[in-house]
Design a protein around this ligand. Structure first.
Ligand code: WT7
Length: 655
């Protein structure tokens, strides 16, 4: 514990986590980075001269039609990596692996929610990508044109992304759960020329009417000239003459000959919209060579990828995790990547474990929100399956509470699989901090150490490093190849959001602390800090204390105004199998007092049926803050997953 006379502008660390899990010996023995010493050596080398480190890797790991002249040109806040070189992401994912002899290896294993399935080798994927590239060209898509993708998780979604990359078009994938309004806003902002979609997609046994949503969106997306529709669910849709084309009809008119276009290293590869704290979504821009290298290397390091692995990341391609760790990272590493279309609980809550068993998945990457759902659904669904193929487990999207971590480790990993808790952001392009499975001793709840070439720091408002053990703002002090290159069409907002507050440092927007072993602990978003009587507390720590109670499934902690203490802690809790009661409230308060101490005891506890979450599964504390402080208007809800959750919480509150 830190001393009690701590500087009041630093965030207190109240979490006590002393469990330590060393890497399994057998895994270390076969791993490219098989010990902490090996990691430290690589890290020291990488940070002594990051540009030389990344440049050497870029030469080895990517195909160059023309070599680059300079590793990095840095005109803050704009980075250019591997300047003057020409490469192609689709070439690196496909042609290069075929040249290396992996042509007949399975690239994609796909399973639809109804149980239909398909596999594609690298050669087959190459053929499909070339054909679809020719479709795009035929419709007039040229280098720099934006293609908007609103599709279910099918092989064609990955094929479309790779086809855009092949011809130098910029894709903007919009998650299929977003509304027509949200899609139209993104299409307008990106000036999209072509829309890709499907008649529908399967979700919990029902057809998501994607084309219907697209029809509405295209009414308000004047730049879109063509819409290509994949036949997936055979549901009735309307096709607009002249604008809409069936995917399979267009494929019939093209051949499979389409050499990859040599593209400048800094050619935009994709835009991905992510919600800002206010209003308009931010179009995060990523480019070609730096992003490609970063996705590939971080995939290989973090998952200890071996050529016979079967890798499954459960994210949808509508998120950055789907871009970097379903498609680009694994495919450029020559990995077999599994795509699943539907819900984790369809037809039953064991669908994921069914897939792991069936395809003998070895590397598995999912989100804490899913892990907490599995815990709630009960261990019996897991116990029905043989999960012994698993070797490494991953977590991404938010902090994983230590109790959820332990469950994941024991029930899914059988106590033998390292958990890589990966910290990163849409903006960072790839994983920034994570254990390495063969090297890093694990502490539940910590993302442990930075990856090679990444130099983080934790600073206070003035940019000074905080005292060891205390929380502060997490910044990255040196450019890295996977970093965003700007916000689409708004470089001013880019500068303001990420580079203005702490000069010459990338501001991640998260709080973090480092412990005595130099391990990093993410403490939540800067805006979410709770300040009780001058003690600054992190949301994750209060939530983790609550989740460690055996009746609690999920918890969200926020600060609401309080006359006496400035802010008081208000928590929203969902329960496992228990009934809400005054008694349980008391028990939970006692539990937090015991786990953390009196200063973190919640002033009020709200039991909820569900917590409001973004479509990517993150708890929306901002909305809860509004509810707890009695505000009527709850701010921007366009990224909210289930609007009824909010209504239910308000009803509860009013009753
Ligand atoms: C924010 C980024 C990372 C790709 C998917 C989400 C939170 C992410 C962790 C982690 C604690 C985490 C942070 C970050 N976050 N991973 N392992 N531990 N927090 O990307 O939507 O851009 O969100 O997610 O707050 O800033 P994103």
């Amino acid at each position: 514990m830190p001393p009690s006379d701590s500087p009041s502008n630093q965030i207190q660390n109240v979490m006590r986590e002393e469990r330590l899990f060393p890497p399994p010996a057998e895994l270390s023995a076969n791993s490219a980075i098989g010990s902490m010493e090996a990691y430290q050596e690589l890290y020291a080398k990488s940070t002594a001269d990051p540009v030389a480190f990344w440049s050497d890797l870029a030469k080895e790991e990517l195909h160059w039609f023309e070599p680059f002249q300079e590793g990095l040109v840095w005109e803050e806040p704009v980075a250019k990596w591997f300047v003057g070189g020409k490469t192609n992401v689709s070439y690196n994912c496909l042609d290069r692996n075929i040249e290396k002899g992996l042509g007949d290896k399975t690239a994609i294993i796909w399973e639809g929610e109804p149980g239909d399935a398909k596999t594609l080798t690298f050669k087959e994927l190459h053929t499909e990508v070339c054909r679809f590239s020719n479709v795009l060209k035929k419709l007039g898509v040229e280098e720099g044109d934006v293609v908007s993708i609103y599709m279910p998780m099918t092989p064609e979604l990955a094929i479309a992304m790779l086809a855009c990359a092949r011809v130098g078009a910029v894709h903007s994938v919009v998650f299929g759960g977003f509304s027509s309004e949200a899609l139209a806003e993104r299409n307008r902002d990106a000036n999209a020329k072509v829309q890709l979609t499907a008649d529908g997609g399967w979700r919990r046994g029902k057809v998501l009417p994607l084309k219907e949503t697209v029809d509405e969106a295209l009414e308000k997306s004047p730049s879109v000239e063509h819409c290509i529709v994949l036949k997936r669910c055979e549901n009735e849709i309307t096709m607009k003459e002249g604008r809409d084309h069936w995917w399979h009809d267009l494929l019939e008119e093209v051949d499979a000959d389409c050499p990859a276009t040599p593209l400048d290293s800094e050619t935009p590869l994709f835009i991905l919209y992510t919600s800002g704290s206010t209003g308009k979504p931010k179009g995060i821009k990523h480019t070609t060579a730096g992003y490609n290298l970063y996705a590939k290397k971080t995939f290989e390091w973090v998952f200890d990828h071996q050529q016979d692995d079967i890798y499954w990341c459960t994210a949808d391609c509508g998120w950055i995790t789907g871009h970097s760790y379903v498609v680009y990272g694994p495919l450029s590493a020559g990995a077999t990547t599994l795509l699943y279309e539907g819900a984790p609980n369809h037809p039953e809550p064991d669908r994921f474990w069914d897939l792991v068993e069936k395809y003998k998945v070895t590397l598995f990457y999912t989100a804490p929100t899913a892990v907490r759902a599995f815990i709630k659904w009960g261990d019996e669904w897991v116990e029905k399956h043989d999960l012994s193929s698993l070797r490494v487990l991953g977590s991404v999207g938010e902090g994983i509470n230590p109790e959820a971590w332990m469950w994941y480790y024991e029930k899914i990993g059988g106590g033998k699989c390292p958990i890589v808790d990966t910290w990163w952001q849409t903006e960072t392009g790839g994983i920034m901090m994570s254990p390495l499975p063969g090297a890093t001793p694990l502490k539940p709840g910590s993302c442990t150490k930075p990856l090679p070439g990444i130099i983080p720091a934790i600073v206070d408002e003035t940019g000074e490093p905080v005292e060891p053990g205390f929380g502060g703002m997490l910044v990255i002090t040196h450019p890295w190849p996977g970093m965003l290159r700007g916000l689409w069409g708004d470089m001013e907002r880019y500068q303001e959001t990420y580079w203005a507050k702490i000069p010459h440092n990338y501001l991640a927007g998260d709080n973090a602390r480092q412990d005595e072993d130099g391990y990093y602990w993410i403490m939540g978003r800067i805006d979410d800090v709770i300040n009780v009587s001058g003690h600054r507390l992190s949301t994750i720590e209060v939530e983790s204390a609550l989740v460690s109670h055996d009746k609690v499934a999920e918890a969200a902690a926020i600060g609401r105004p309080d006359d006496l203490t400035g802010q008081a802690i208000s928590v929203f809790v969902t329960l496992k199998d228990a009934e809400p009661s005054e008694e349980l409230k008391k028990a939970l308060k006692l539990h937090v007092r015991h786990e953390i101490g009196a200063l973190a005891v919640p002033a009020d506890i709200h039991f909820a049926v569900a917590l409001p979450k973004t479509r990517s599964g993150k708890i929306m504390r901002r909305l809860l803050r509004d509810i707890a402080s009695g505000k009527e208007e709850v701010g921007d809800t366009s990224t909210l997953e289930d609007y009824t959750v909010l209504a239910k919480l308000r009803e509860k509150d009013e009753s």
